[in-house]
Design a protein around this ligand. Sequence first.
Ligand code: AMP
Length: 449
Amino acid sequence: MTHSSALETAITFHDLELAPELVQAVTSIGYMTPTPIQKQAIPLVLAGRDLMAQAQTGTGKTAAFTLPLLHQIKQHANTSTSPARHPVRALVLAPTRELAIQVHESVVDYSKNLALRSTCVYGGVGMHEQEAILRSGIEVLVATPGRLLDHAGNKTTLLNQVQFLVLDEADRMLDMGFLPDLKRILDLLPAKRQTLLFSATFNDEITRLANSFLRDPLKVEVARKNTAAETVEQVAHKVAEDDKTDALLRIVRIRDLNQALVFTRTKIAADKLGRRLQRRGVEAAVIHGDKAQVDRLLALEGFKQGKIKLLVATDIAARGIDIVELPCVVNYELPYHPEDYVHRIGRTGRAGASGLAISLVSSEEDKLLAGVERFVGKKLVISDLPELPAPPRPAAPVAVAASSALNASPSVVATTPWRRSGNRVVCALLLPPPVAVPQESAPEAVGQA
Ligand code: AMP
């Protein structure tokens, strides 16, 4: 059943009947009104229903499940030091460490006025620190499936009092082969619980998962199937494979981009591009699955703080990256799976902000482009690469010095016509004949930004 917009009239978080501590928390972060997915999902979760929610990244889906979940477990908030008083009551599963960390950051923000404990566990880092926190007792646990099973296997955490299970980005969890892990986790949870499944896309596999994990779920959706975020301007340029780095740098320069997430298809391509950019003096970093967790976090942090201008990423590593008002995403290579195009461009234009998605498409990628266009149901506008502006005129034309040395009046020196020749800017100085004038070196070819 699709439960649509009878609830659209509720326009404030207060109207959604969330606890004042939660309303205060989101207001202090700057949320003015609930987003459409929040308006639809929050009342249903508060009413105790299982939910299948189709919501793209950037729609505010994290708050859509976290707020009602916190509302319902807040009655158990306490400041006791006894671990027994802090059993895991809500479990959120996410496909990647980045998404898990990000969801947990939201949980911390939203629960700041409540005496509830939360933590986040994921692989790629040592177990000990996580074990110590889990042993002390926490109410909200955000986890990637594999690491959760490690902890559950060691009995570091018990899941037999979980009242709420959230599967975030369920489509990606299935893509990444987590189904067996999910089934094992499910066996550790009480049968009586509320389950919320969030997914950007729905297909038969997700529906099968929902049918086996959820009880009589309601379905909510806020975006038409497979639509790309509507606030994102999408541009494509035809560029030969070998010219892509130059094209990228030209775009960065002309559009004056201070922050862009750049996607490649493979880890090797990401590393190669990262090295090339660094060699050309650009503040760039690379994240992909083979990078150590600490390096990925450092790169992300540097990117968020603006120290890194171009973050080169593969699709999986980029899942869950949420940077407020990320202005631009570049598809340096189109993805093999068209749905990844939608995920990628969903990184910009989040929560209603406008964004820009630029695709560099070589002739070898024509088939991938056609796949993307079929998936999003429209043709991408192919435009020429933007032109570079003419550089400023040289401050002191060499001919002035030359002509004064000759004690001759440089009557025509002031006319310094600039003309373009492809990407190169050509400067012609008109000089008084017949004396040879020392040639100033040509301005740097600006096409090679
Ligand atoms: P999500 O889709 O959960 O990844 O959220 C995307 C972004 O939207 C995050 O930066 C949230 O902090 C932000 N956000 C979530 N809900 C709201 C809201 N009601 N108003 C403004 N921003 C929001």
